[in-house]
Design a protein around this ligand. Structure first.
Ligand code: ADP
Ligand code: MG
Length: 263
């Protein structure tokens, strides 16, 4: 057996979440390894979004804790958790439709470097040049560089998502969380998004992705946790999970083939 140590970036430890009498999450334990893409799948109402909201601090667990990078997140505010490098994609708080794509991507970086502005009157110019260069490089990566001067409000849905991803990447996340990143997208935009997420993965960024689309899950995930009725009913490598009859039954009610879109 390999003695290589796993580096666990995120540990959800015995988390429960009740809404009154409703047990949205029970006994949730999961570990996310550095550099991996960890998918959380399950039917509607399984508790996936609730789990994500507990991780980012939007919801307090009724019991248990979330540990990120050795620090307990539970009890911290969402913006504090964000400052620690936990970034949720496609929930960008503010997009400025009248500003250019480039300006939109630069904005989160300015917000983070605010201190530098006050420290030295010459810093703003230096910082702006640096941030602009980085924003341009990221726009190149997400395939939006040619549209950098377009008003964000004029972007297509697919391009807007690319811009939102760029706005997250400029924050240098240590953990990227995605809640159904391809929901409502055409097959073409879905495939472009998969390619983009693969590219990020190649750089070693750790991701937790909640996804309905099996094509997306099996294209990206290293590890899958299956939620049903607020509990993790199975987990493992994609092929293990795919072949698990319990998963087929609980997740899909036996009506679908888990591998249908993944060949
Ligand atoms: P999923 O994202 O897997 O579809 P959710 O996490 O959104 O599931 O919901 C899990 C369960 O918790 C559902 O039964 C849902 O109705 C309930 N729920 C989610 N958020 C709240 C809330 N704020 N108050 C009460 N019940 C909620
Ligand atoms: Mg959800």
């Amino acid at each position: 057996m390999s003695v290589a140590e796993k580096n666990i970036v995120l540990h959800v430890a015995d988390v429960h979440k009740h809404f009154g009498g409703l047990h949205a999450l029970s006994d949730i334990d999961l570990e996310v390894e550095e550099g991996k893409t960890h998918a959380i799948i399950g039917p509607n109402g399984a508790g996936k979004s609730t789990l994500l909201n507990v991780i980012i601090g939007k919801l307090a667990p009724s019991k248990g804790a979330v540990v990120f990078d050795g620090q307990i997140l539970t009890g911290k505010k969402p913006h504090e958790i964000n400052q620690m490098g936990v970034v949720r994609v496609f929930q960008t708080p503010e997009i400025f439709p009248d500003l250019s794509v480039l300006q939109n991507v630069m904005t989160p970086a300015f917000a983070k470097r605010d201190g530098a502005y006050r420290a030295n009157i010459w810093k703003p110019l230096e910082a702006e040049t640096e941030i602009r260069e980085e924003a341009e490089a990221i726009l190149e990566d997400v395939g939006l560089h040619e549209r950098r001067d377009v008003h964000a409000g004029a972007l297509s849905r697919g391009d807007k998502r690319r811009m939102e991803l760029a706005m997250c990447l400029i924050q240098h996340p240590r953990l990227l969380l995605l809640d159904e990143p391809t929901a409502g997208m055409s097959r073409h935009d879905t495939n472009t998004t998969i390619d983009l997420l693969k590219k990020i993965k190649a750089r070693g960024m750790t991701k937790v992705i909640i996804e309905h689309d099996m094509h997306v899950v099996f294209s990206l995930a290293d590890h899958i946790s299956v939620l049903a009725g607020g509990r993790i009913i199975a987990e493992g490598a994609p092929n293990e999970v795919r072949g698990n009859p319990k998963v087929q039954e609980a997740y899909l009610g036996g009506a679908h083939d888990l591998g249908a879109h993944s060949k």
